[in-house]
Design a protein around this ligand. Sequence first.
Ligand SMILES: [Fe+2]
Ligand SMILES: [Fe+2]
Length: 498
Amino acid sequence: MALLSRLDWYDIARSTNWTPKHVTEDELFPPELSGSLGIPIQAWEQYDEPYKTTYPEYVKIQREKDAGAYSVKAALERNKLFEHADPGWLSTLKFHYGAIALGEYAASTAEARMMRFSKAPGMRNMASFGMMDEIRHAQLQLYFPHEHCAKNRQFDWAHKAYHSNDWAMIAARHFFDDMMMTHDAIGTSIMLTFAFETGFTNMQFLGLAADAAEAGDYTFSSLISSIQTDESRHAQIGGPVIDILVKNGRKEEAQRRLDVAFWRSWRLFSILTGPIMDYYTPLEHRKLSFKEFMLEWIVVQFERAILDLGLDKPWYWDSFMRDLDQTHHGMHMGVWFWRPTVWWMPRAGVSPEEREWLEAKYPGWSKTWGRPWDVITENILAGRMNLTYPETLPVVCNMCNLPILSVPGDGWSVKDFPLEHEGRTYHFCTEGDRWCFQQEPDRYKGHLTLVDRFLAGMIQPANLEGALKYMGLAPGEIGDDALNYKWAEAFRKEPKVA
Ligand SMILES: [Fe+2]
Ligand SMILES: [Fe+2]
């Protein structure tokens, strides 16, 4: 018997809405979970997914992708990458796995909620595949680092990080819980798939795949390229949703969700991808600077996608563009300075050649970010190591949970963006972060940052030792300079007498 081609039966097979007789529509799709904003179900049935696939096709392709990634890993297992890799590259791996692996698993529940509660059958179909994608990503990114745990226990943080109170993970959880775990199906599709995955995961995964291949880590490169092919499919869930909202007079709601998620994604990526690309990746392996990646992947492509869908550029676009030159340099310096509080070895990335590169990519770097690094370098050379460590915690933002920072040098003008709400004073690092809070104060008001917890006496003893214990950092896991400070020697004027 001849089989129909996919196009002849696809539309009928995914027309899975019916008229409920035993429950009301609101009971079947509770508004707080579906988030359909009063738009009639017939309008949601117009949802047209740009990427069409069927279950047999999906399984066949996924099986091939998995076989490919696992066989590259098996083939290269004995190539001693771990022993020969630049320490900065190993730090990139540790940082990436900790920040991403279990977040992928959480994303599978976000996809599952879109699959259950969206009123759009086509969206439910795509989200079913998205859910399975994310489970695959979690499994891959837990399995791949596992072989390294025996050699270096910082790799154990691939699994441990999300279960800890490390400051970086408090920031990551606050963001991901907001964007993908606590919004309705429609909000999640805009925030997670459109704002976050279309732009930012593309950059982390494609950018890092390029750097990995340059660094000779073909296992990691094939792993994250394999993941990215799934992401670029299910990232398309949000576009048609925005289209339906705009056509049904709900542009403002779509815009607000986009603006919140985009700003929050930017803050997190400034600390995750920024340092990796501009400081950790060995100079000879860098393809583009972080800013160049951002301009190519986010500014050009994302801007076009937003405008094509009938939305506007977010109101903060100018300050976002300005921050591209600044934020991640400060985040990097902060991570290096507070290095005992992270599960990887921060690579300073400020040797004479690297500083030259930074100045070329970010004109003015030497007179701003370079100056505190001058002081740090002098202290290292003079053996005053105690001065290269912090004595206090930084002031962190009540939205992104990351340090409030400013550009050092002659123009130093650190600025706090405070807000009084129901008798509590909140501190924000930027106008964008304060604005996110103001959109839904009830959602955010109860959260305590690590510093709030410290001041509330929840961290004991109230010193670095207590903080490390609270963050779950055991000996052997605590971070230190990736190159053991050897990079500073290049700045020594008098050769060191042996
Ligand atoms: Fe994923
Ligand atoms: Fe995803």
